[in-house]
Design a protein around this ligand. Structure first.
Ligand code: S3P
Length: 430
């Protein structure tokens, strides 16, 4: 396990960068390319640990996937082209890989076992197992079918209508991937709209999903056709650099080609309401996904309240928003975010405990946290831990912009899950 010392107190952030491809879109490009008929080319695929696990699993399921320069070529043979894996499918640290594959495999006529790392084996899988069982799936897991390892005995499913208690794109996508293969109509309702990359990408592959408000309907079986996918930069990765530029005086950063799908831009809306100077330039649509360049300048920020239906639109950005809030005038309250407890770590606990070590005024609540910003006062340095959570590791690295002593972050190897070039990119803009 690696640790890294970050020391960047007041080092202004400047330049023009690109961040790696969107993690959610990269997973879906491989999964859908693998079950489509014909060749799919993916440009900008995220070569991070999570998506590499998905790619490896698809290869174990018999799909030919090759790297060609910067692109990935997937030779799909249709859904029937998948074959029984001879070994367990290992998703590593990736909840998206495990949950989406459970949905995909539930309707395949073979047996598969899904495993992952220690974090994945603690995260709830019943949220996808239950609706799939409602469709007739035969799935087992530890702890009364709640935890991985998960065994999927593929079977013929029937359509259903499922009211999801959580606004989760992974739950929605697992059901849609099963519904895609199932005779009849499958409906999934979610409390608030979660990221809609699966719906958009099914359409990009020539399939159809109907969305009305927060209700999604798919009628199967459908055939998908191979296509050309261009993956935009991940706004969740860009968020760390946006934060660094905002909280460091005299910064001016341009981040090119960032995905600004409205189901992901809660961070921009909240930062805007806090007084951040961020402008969107060169807006365009690529593969049905909106993309833009972001121009960010250092800003004086005000505390705010973050809760309600914006939460699914910024759930992965809450760790970095908490750091930003330590540099904003007044109080920031984050609520309705109990989902943070079932991420790669319990992010309410890991964010609050590690930022406190650095001297931040932050406390846990039942469904979020409260931060009292102290804009003029530097954070301290010292030893902190990512606990194997990539986004906690990157947030702590960015904290070094406002800490007057070095910060030693333990377990920085986890950053490669979503952003393998993070350290070099940070050095390049300092
Ligand atoms: C993801 C959905 C979100 C998000 C995760 C990626 C996806 O999780 O936190 O990083 O790609 O579908 P939930 O579906 O659990 O909210």
């Amino acid at each position: 396990m690696t640790n890294t010392i970050f020391h960047g107190f007041k080092k202004k952030i400047q330049g023009k960068i690109k961040v790696p491809g969107d993690k959610s879109i990269s997973h879906r490009a491989v999964l859908l390319g693998a079950i489509a008929e014909g060749e799919t080319t993916v440009d900008g695929f995220l070569m991070g640990d999570d998506c590499l696990h998905t790619m490896k699993c698809m290869r174990q399921l018999g799909v030919r996937i090759e790297k060609s320069g910067e692109s990935l070529i997937i030779i799909g043979n249709g859904i029937d082209g998948l074959s029984e894996p001879v070994d367990v499918l290992d998703v590593g640290n990736s909840g998206t890989a495990m949950r989406l594959m459970i949905g995909l495999l539930a309707a395949r006529p073979f047996y598969s076992v899904l495993v992952g790392d220690a974090s994945i084996h603690q995260r709830p899988m019943d949220r996808v197992v239950l609706p799939l069982k409602q469709m007739g799936a035969d799935i087992y897991g530890r702890s009364n079918n709640r935890l991985a390892p998960i065994t999927v005995n593929g079977s013929k499913l029937h359509g259903t209508e499922y009211h999801s208690p959580v606004s989760s794109a992974q739950v929605k996508s697992a059901i849609l991937l099963a519904g895609l293969q199932t005779e009849g109509t499958t409906v999934v309702r979610e409390p608030e709209l979660s990221r809609d990359h699966t719906e958009r990408m099914i359409r990009a592959f020539g399939g159809s999903v109907l969305t009305e408000g927060t209700v999604h309907t798919i009628t199967g079986p459908q055939k998908l056709t191979g296509t050309h996918i261009k993956v935009p930069g991940d706004i969740s990765s860009a968020a760390f650099f946006i934060a660094a530029a905002l909280i460091t005086p005299d910064s001016h950063l341009i981040i090119e080609d960032v995905g600004i799908n409205p189901t992901r831009t809660g961070i921009l809306d909240i930062l805007n309401s806090m007084g951040a100077d961020i402008s969107l330039e060169n807006q365009r649509i690529v593969n049905d996904e909106p993309v833009s360049d972001l121009v960010v300048r250092s800003s004086s920020l005000q505390g705010t309240e973050i809760g309600g239906d914006v939460i699914p639109r910024l759930i992965d950005e809450i760790p970095i928003l908490a750091l930003i809030a330590t540099q904003a005038e007044g109080q920031t309250v984050i609520k309705d975010a109990a989902e943070l407890k079932v991420k790669e770590t319990n992010r309410i606990v890991t964010v609050v405990s590690q930022l406190r070590k650095l001297g931040a005024d932050i406390e846990e609540t039942e469904d979020g946290m409260i931060i009292n910003g102290q804009p003029g006062k530097p954070l301290k340095g010292g030893d902190v831990n990512s606990f194997g959570d990539h986004r906690i590791g990157m947030m702590l690295a960015i904290a070094s912009q406002v800490a007057n002593e070095p910060i030693n972050v333990e377990r920085t190897d986890s950053i490669a899950v979503s952003f393998p070039t993070f350290n070099e990119l940070l050095e390049s803009v300092r």
